[in-house]
Write a protein that binds this ligand. Structure first.
Ligand SMILES: Cc1ncc(C[n+]2csc(CCOP(=O)(O)OP(=O)(O)O)c2C)c(N)n1
Ligand SMILES: [Mg+2]
Length: 544
């Protein structure tokens, strides 16, 4: 057996279904070994697309998504997607071919020190220097990527090592550690802090989704009667329609939910990770009492000083804390729930065109089932989705808010459809982000996937215009020209639609969702709403 065949056996042993990537000269041995494997290699049009697919696959399944490239330029093309996965805490294993070990010591065609390149954007970055160590390296890569907090592993596989004979080595047994539980004293003191608090609020982060503790969070909130706000990356942990849901927190400016945090005398942070949302934004004076319930100790931050931390399996901690607790009375924060929900519905009957982002998202919600998946790209549309899209279940609204890289949504929708073939997958993109990875339409078509790409069309880098206007009251260099998206769809062999009025949106989307192929919906959006929101939030008076 060759080392490349052993690598593939090790990947099979890890339960890998798909490898997203691009073949190259230096990974031909692995590509050849894959012919005899049940693992499906998904050929993408760009390595960045492959990395984003692995990223979203990992985030949705909790099992490492795998992507592969060749050396040099193939590997550098992986970088953005890998950095995104690593910072969004999505488990990914990236493998790159490399030149032979006989030429790594000198200047040589396409040779780059990949282990060092990937070091700051992974949890583990290594090179296979001997064929015998393949089983250990693969096992370690998956274990490291999948363990809390998840992230990326990178394996550099030189071509001469890949071709070497290894004899009959076997993959290592898959083992995963059981999360330790929190000490009893910590649960008791957490219960005491909550008991003493008169106006507590819960803030939930993506750690809850990763550890599949959403149901327990809802039970905990219900038993204690405490309202819950989620980060953008934790949308759906508590259904938006729930009587205790305050929606999501994530804007840089003050928002309705901020009034709840302002008056709260205890903020119970569950699975919260500050890469998702900076604590300075909800605790500007650093004086809030914070209870941190998570798998891992909190990051050090002057705006995140803890009253107490409960470190251990989240599900278990919540059960044990709740057991000691009585239901608490309603507080003023409860009154925010209705105010926030009224705002989601404010523009549902608006017929203005271009369409208001609020109206698009309201209508989109009506068209999708609770388990269908929306993947947001990065831009102004993400802010609206984060703030207003009503997610009803965890992992049904994927937002990148750690690294926040444009271009994730279309490859992400491909991964979502592969992970959950029975659910609908809608990539909601800005026109800028869509154009960064639109070539993956071909990948989706080749795979025979039905996905809908909904483009918020403003012919601008809308979010940047919004920032510029907020800071300087004028904007620069944010405009661009789009291709005709309907013709672009046609050129790929996909379906293309243009929304010509607000009333058009639902029927067009209904058709697109039923097409059974890749459909692109070009939807002109009215981003005048961005600055209107800024103005509104600036002069917001507390409704409670
Ligand atoms: C890869 C990448 N480049 C640049 C940025 C900075 N950035 C964030 S949003 C944005 C503009 C997004 O424009 P578009 O995709 O059209 O979405 P819109 O804001 O118009 O909804 C930019 C340039 C980023 N997050 N990621
Ligand atoms: Mg745009």
């Amino acid at each position: 057996m060759k080392a490349s065949e052993l690598l593939v056996k090790c990947l099979e042993n890890e339960g890998v279904e798909y490898i997203f990537g691009l073949p190259g000269e230096e990974n031909i041995d692995v590509m050849d070994a894959l012919i005899d494997s049940p693992i499906e290699f998904v050929t993408t049009k760009h390595e960045q697309g492959a990395a984003f697919m692995a990223d979203v696959y990992g985030r949705l399944t909790g099992r490492a998504g795998v992507c592969m490239s060749t050396l040099g330029p193939g590997a550098t093309n992986l970088v953005t997607g890998i950095a995104d996965a690593n910072m969004d805490r999505a488990p990914v294993v990236a493998i790159a071919g490399q030149g032979a070990t006989t030429r790594l010591h000198k200047e040589s065609h396409q040779i780059l020190d990949l282990v060092n390149l990937f070091e700051p954007i992974t949890k583990y970055s290594t090179q296979v220097l001997e064929p015998e160590i393949v089983p250990e390296i693969v096992r370690k890569a998956f274990k490291t990527a999948e363990n809390e907090k998840p992230g990326c592993s990178f394996i550099d596989f030189p071509e001469n090592v890949a071709a070497m004979e290894v004899g009959e080595l076997k993959p290592l047994k898959k083992q995963s550690a059981t999360e330790p539980v929190a000490p009893r004293g910590k649960c008791t003191s957490a219960a005491r802090y909550i008991q003493q608090a008169s106006t507590p609020v819960i803030m939930v982060g993506n750690g809850v989704i990763r550890s599949k503790a959403a149901r327990e969070v809802v039970k905990f909130a219900e038993k204690l009667n405490i309202p819950v706000a989620t980060t953008f990356m934790a949308k759906g942990v508590i259904p938006s329609s729930h009587r205790l849901s305050l929606g999501a927190i994530g804007l840089k400016s003050k928002d309705l939910v901020s009034f709840g945090f302002e008056i709260a005398d205890l903020i119970i942070c569950i699975g919260v990770d500050m890469v998702e949302y900076h604590p300075q934004l909800w605790n500007p004076n650093g004086d809030k009492k914070i209870l941190h319930i998570d798998h891992r100790p909190a990051e050090v931050d002057q705006n995140y000083i803890l009253e107490s931390g409960v470190i251990g399996d989240i599900d278990d901690s919540l059960k044990r804390i709740a057991r000691k607790m009585e239901t608490k009375p309603d507080t003023k924060i409860h009154q925010l729930v209705d105010v926030i929900k009224q705002e989601w519905a404010e523009h549902k009957d608006d017929t203005a065109y271009p369409i208001k982002p609020q109206k698009i998202l309201w209508d989109l919600r009506q068209l999708l089932d609770a388990e269908d998946i929306v993947i947001s790209d990065v831009g102004a549309h993400k802010m609206w989705i984060g703030r207003m899209y009503q997610a009803e279940a965890p992992n049904t609204c994927i937002i990148s808010n750690g690294f926040a890289a444009m271009g994730i949504a279309l490859p992400g929708a491909i991964a979502a459809k592969l992970a959950y073939p029975d659910r609908k997958a809608v990539a909601v993109c800005g026109d800028g982000g869509f154009m960064m990875n639109n070539q993956e339409i071909d990948t989706a078509l080749r795979l025979g996937l039905d996905i809908v790409i909904l483009i918020f069309n403003d012919s601008k880098y809308g979010l940047i215009e919004w920032h510029q206007l907020r800071h300087f009251e004028r904007a620069t260099k944010i405009e661009f020209t789009n291709p005709d998206f309907v013709k672009l769809a046609d050129a790929f062999g996909a379906k293309g639609y243009r929304v010509n009025s607000a009333e058009d949106f639902i029927p067009v989307m209904q058709e697109a969702l039923l097409d059974g192929t890749v459909s692109i919906v070009d939807c002109p959006v009215d981003y005048a709403e961005n600055m209107k929101l800024t103005g509104k939030l600036k002069s917001l008076k507390s409704p409670i």
